[in-house]
Unconditional design. Structure first.
Length: 454
């Protein structure tokens, strides 16, 4: 993260100087009163020589403790307190995505979607855990947390990774969840998303939404899209995030990143002024409320390319969610506005690989073709699914189609695909399994493993 800009003290207006000789440029001294000529020199009394003190041995750090990446306002750590940085390093080393800290349990990590204790660490007690977590907070963050009992912020471990942190109160104790944010932004082709997603980075204007459940990789996909635009366009990119996750350096584009709570008070407050900051591309971390959605739509309509996220499961639900935020008397107008502004929707989820080594992304892609825009304008969002099924030439596909492809190519197990599928009958037809079964029967078969013909 770049260093904060500090005003140049030399640029401040100077007061007229009094007429006296300037001191040497190396040393500035205060003016001294003149010494009377008759004053006798004062000879200081020599102090008795002090006894030589024994050399002090260096104090070794407590075992297992290391300096925090950022020293906050908490109490000093004690010898047996958790080494948070060591836990984070180990988490990154073993490829975990999340670290959970809570009292009464050992640090726990999520690997390939499953939780397991972090080896070599002991259960945490409430007071030591609070002490450890308060050490990485600034005074302002501590005040916000104690007022709201919730706090989102980022934490950086130099040379290792950045982390998105959520701090929360639970049963009068404290808990935290750390999400790994790699320093490196991977290109889209390495993420496994369809090639059509890369085309969104080249759009001149409009609204592009990346949606999915928590932990589905939305931020990672958007970071890759923004990085592609940064490498290929000469534009001004503004991001508003809570907190800032991936750090973008200036490449061909100029990238400014604002964090809610530190650089601005809210998404809505930042977006009110963003249009005056001459942006070409705007990234909104999350469309949380009516005001934020309204400004994002206006920005997309007025010639800006806007990227944002929502916690929705499919494209049709995404369109409905945006419209339903508005009062009923405004929804017809919003449908027209959204039909003209939206360019595409990418819905994604992560599935455990068949070989157990990591996870693979499954996506649903909606492109705003003239037919799709008409469906949105006329309130026929339930027909968007059929348009995506038949829209392969435009780069569209449903989640069920992509899941079935992942099953057919052996990248995920059938049972995993069945758990994620939105339309069980379509998924079964596409995979050639359980023809004619009801959704309930297919779900029971998947749970029992019965009927796996592979």
């Amino acid at each position: 993260m770049s260093e904060p800009w500090m005003p140049d003290a030399l640029s401040a207006p100077r007061q007229p100087a009094a007429p006296y000789a300037a001191p040497s440029p190396e040393v500035r001294t205060a003016a001294l009163p003149p010494v009377p000529a008759a004053a006798a020199p004062v000879v200081p009394t020599a102090a008795p020589p002090a006894a030589p003190s024994a050399p002090q041995a260096p104090v070794a750090p407590a075992p297992g403790l290391r300096a925090a990446g950022r020293v906050g306002m908490g109490d000093p750590l004690e010898q047996d307190d958790l080494s948070l940085d060591d836990a984070l390093r180990e988490m990154v080393r073993i490829g975990a995505s999340d670290l959970h800290l809570t009292s009464g349990a050992a640090p726990t990590v999520r690997i390939s979607g499953s939780l397991e204790p972090l080896p070599g660490f002991t259960p945490q007690m409430p007071d030591p855990l609070r002490r450890v977590l308060y050490r990485i907070l600034t005074q302002k963050q501590r005040e916000v947390f104690e007022a709201n009992l919730e706090l989102d912020f980022s934490y950086a471990l130099r040379g290792v990774a950045r982390f998105r942190v959520n701090l929360y109160q639970q049963r009068e104790s404290i808990g935290a969840a750390f999400r790994v944010i790699p320093y490196e932004i991977k290109p889209l082709e390495e993420l496994g998303v369809p090639p059509v997603v890369a085309t969104f980075a080249g759009l001149p204007r409009g609204l592009v939404l990346v949606t999915g459940p928590t932990g589905s990789g939305k931020s990672t996909t958007l970071a890759s899209v923004i990085d592609l635009a940064n490498r290929t366009r000469s534009d001004h990119i503004m991001t508003v995030e809570d907190p800032i996750e991936f750090l973008h350096r200036h490449k061909r584009s100029l990238v400014n990143q604002r964090e809610v709570g530190g650089d601005t008070h809210s998404f809505a407050a930042a977006l009110k002024h963003v249009l005056r900051q001459d942006p070409d591309i705007i990234l909104v971390g999350e469309l949380r409320d009516l005001e934020t959605i309204s400004v994002a739509l206006t920005a997309a309509e007025t010639g800006h390319l806007v990227f944002a996220t929502l916690h929705t499961q499919d494209a049709a639900q995404t369109i409905d969610r945006i419209i339903d935020v508005f009062p009923s008397h405004q929804q017809a107008q919003v449908r027209t506005q959204l039909a003209g502004a939206v360019q595409g929707v990418v819905c994604q989820t992560l599935c455990k690989r068949a070989d157990g080594r990591g996870r693979v992304v499954a996506t649903e892609v909606m492109i705003a073709t003239p037919a799709v825009r008409n469906l949105i304008r006329e309130g026929k969002t339930h027909q968007i699914y059929s348009a995506m099924q038949a829209g392969a030439q435009q780069g569209m596909h449903t989640l069920d189609q992509h899941l079935a492809e992942l099953v057919r190519t052996g990248r995920i197990a059938y049972e995993v695909g069945l758990e994620r599928a939105h339309h069980i009958e379509d998924f079964n037809r596409l995979t050639g399994r359980f023809s004619g079964m009801t959704q309930g029967q297919a779900g029971m078969a998947a749970a029992s493993g019965y009927g796996d013909l592979a």
